[in-house]
Design a protein around this ligand. Structure first.
Ligand code: NDP
Length: 237
């Protein structure tokens, strides 16, 4: 039997990049997967057709829409919150509305989605949030708002682990380093700087992150909660 046969999985932000690899992994392992997207309808529809999963448009910046999506998904065995982005640049020049939107997507959505999922989640349910090694280490200027948002997920996981632990529900943060996606291509202008911080001098692959997510969602990880799991080629070491 496939590892996640009969399991219900929701991935927030699954149309591209790391999220798409997570959708592919759970679908290949037999789960019934629903994933959300904001703007990439074509990519979402292609991925749904390829994997037999269900795509649903839900903007993670819209709190009430996120809560409704999670609630209407019914009891979830696994929630993965992957949607997230960075706003790069001089903080003195940045539009405060853009920064507030970043906090809505990167912090508010993971919090409200996790709480809403826990209402219906069965014993043994799993919540996995995609943070970043930048929650631990931010060696580059112009990304403070992103670092704030990813550090916030650490406190969220530590706290909610206490709230949900008595029901056997775990919550963990996966913290990637540079991963080859549209947001951070392996041949992008920052590659040499990023690789200079690393012991393994390459971008990671989305599938490598999906493998860690699948382990955290699986039966061997029932005692792992409130923890950060870094997969970064030693970017943060
Ligand atoms: P991409 O930009 O390649 O993909 C982002 C995915 O999230 C897309 O499917 C996108 O959907 C979805 N998404 C973005 N905003 C929203 C929104 N408002 N509502 C719903 N879905 C949304 O990013 P990555 O795959 O690189 O990153 C995924 C996660 O991993 C993020 O949280 C990021 O911070 C984190 N991360 C990435 C690293 C990297 O180097 N790539 C390193 C460390 C962490 P759509 O296109 O439809 O908007």
């Amino acid at each position: 039997m496939a590892a996640f046969e009969g399991k219900s999985v929701l991935v927030l932000g699954g149309s591209r990049g790391i999220g798409a690899a997570i959708v592919r992994r759970f679908a290949a392992d037999g789960a019934a997967v629903t994933f959300t997207y904001a703007g990439s309808r074509e990519a979402a529809e292609q991925l749904a057709a390829e994997t037999g999963s269900t795509a649903a448009q839900t903007d993670s910046a819209d709190r009430d829409a996120v809560i409704a999506r999670v609630r209407d998904s019914g009891p979830l065995d696994v929630l993965v919150v992957n949607s997230g982005f960075a706003v790069l640049g001089d903080p003195l020049e940045q539009d405060p509305d853009a920064i507030d939107r970043l906090f809505r997507v990167n912090v508010h959505a993971p919090y409200h989605a996790s709480v809403e999922a826990a209402r219906q989640m069965p014993e043994g349910g799993r919540i996995i949030v995609i943070g970043s090694v930048n929650g631990d280490r931010m060696p580059i200027a112009g990304m403070a708002s992103y670092a704030v948002s990813k550090s916030a997920l650490q406190g969220m996981a530590r706290g909610l682990a206490r709230d949900f632990g008595p029901r056997g529900i775990t919550i963990n943060v996966v913290q990637p380093g540079p991963i080859d996606t549209d947001a951070n291509p392996a041949d992008g202008p920052m590659k040499d700087l990023m690789h200079s911080f690393m012991a393994i001098k390459r971008h990671g692959r989305p599938e490598e992150v999906a493998g860690m997510v699948a382990w955290l969602a699986g039966p061997e990880a029932g005692f792992v909660t409130g923890a950060m799991h870094t997969i970064d080629g030693a970017f943060g070491a």
